[in-house]
Design a protein around this ligand. Structure first.
Ligand code: FES
Length: 280
């Protein structure tokens, strides 16, 4: 049995916006009955080009119904430019999460929306435009690459959870692996460069920076909670401090030292700083 959130259960048992819009502005259909999940989404715009009404018909499991219902609630009132930014992660988040094995239901919702918007714009996106990688479930290379990028997927198993590809005979696994590698390489390239390495400091510069960081970042935050901190000594990368006020008898003083004081000094001074408490 899957662990579903209360919100998933609610949208499954009381799905919103079920049906079909008469004279819709856009219609999208994804999945197929043969593959066990299918979704048809139709919408109508108002005079200001916002989604006035949206309805769905789905064939699938509890999470497919809940995901479709959630999607209609999310996009109602949005412009198409806003709606096309909705991701499958947004659908899952709206529902308070989905079991990872069921994430393909949120992906199906996002794909139906994409297809309905394309239909409104007179664009035709068909599977024939792309390579069908998984013949068992009719999943294309584009769908796999998109799912990997948008959900930071790393394994074939995860791709199966998010797209169903690879969940049958397994013949497509090598191709899926290659697509994961290709997509992740592109993702790596697109990453912003890592922060420039902190420049090497002389001892005097380091001491000055530690004092400045304590005064600017750390002391005000501790004082706000009734505590304080004194700098006792600095020896290389070791910084000796004494906690004062409420901090001196706080049971979580060790956590304050390591997770707050030390991490702030590492952020602003050097990654090698170690903070130790001195009782005096
Ligand atoms: S071709 Fe993908 S599981 Fe069979």
């Amino acid at each position: 049995m899957w662990e579903y959130t209360d919100k998933v259960k609610d949208h499954f048992l009381n799905p919103r916006n079920v049906g079909e819009i008469e004279n819709p502005d856009g219609v999208g259909e994804v999945g197929s009955l043969a593959c066990g999940d299918a979704l048809r989404l139709s919408f109508k715009l108002d005079a200001t080009k916002r989604i006035k009404d949206v309805k769905f018909k789905t064939f699938g499991c509890a999470s497919a119904i809940a995901s479709s219902s959630a999607l209609t609630e999310i996009i109602k009132g949005m412009t198409l430019e806003e709606a096309e930014k909705v991701t499958n992660q947004d659908i899952a988040k709206y529902l308070g999460g989905l079991p990872e094995e069921k994430m393909h239901c949120s992906v199906m919702g996002r794909e139906a929306l994409e297809s309905a918007i394309a239909n409104y714009r007179g664009q035709k996106v068909t599977k024939e435009d792309f390579e069908v990688v998984c013949k068992c479930f009719g999943v294309t290379d584009r769908e796999i690459i998109k799912a990997v990028r948008e959900n930071d997927l790393k394994t074939v198993e995860q791709v199966t959870y998010y797209t169903k590809a690879g969940g049958g005979c397994g013949h497509c696994h090598p191709k899926i692996e290659a697509l994961i590698a290709e997509a992740r390489k592109e993702m790596e390239k697109a990453k912003p460069p890592l922060k420039a390495e902190k420049k090497r400091l002389t001892n005097i510069q380091k001491i000055k920076l530690i004092e400045e960081t304590l005064g600017r970042e750390i002391v005000p935050a501790l004082k706000a909670d009734g505590g304080d901190i004194d700098l006792i000594d600095i020896d290389g990368n070791k910084v000796y401090v004494a906690l004062r006020g409420k901090c001196s008898f706080c049971p979580s003083s060790e956590v304050t030292l390591k997770q707050y004081v030390e991490s702030k000094l590492r952020e602003f001074v050097s990654d090698e700083i170690e903070v130790e408490e001195v009782r005096q």
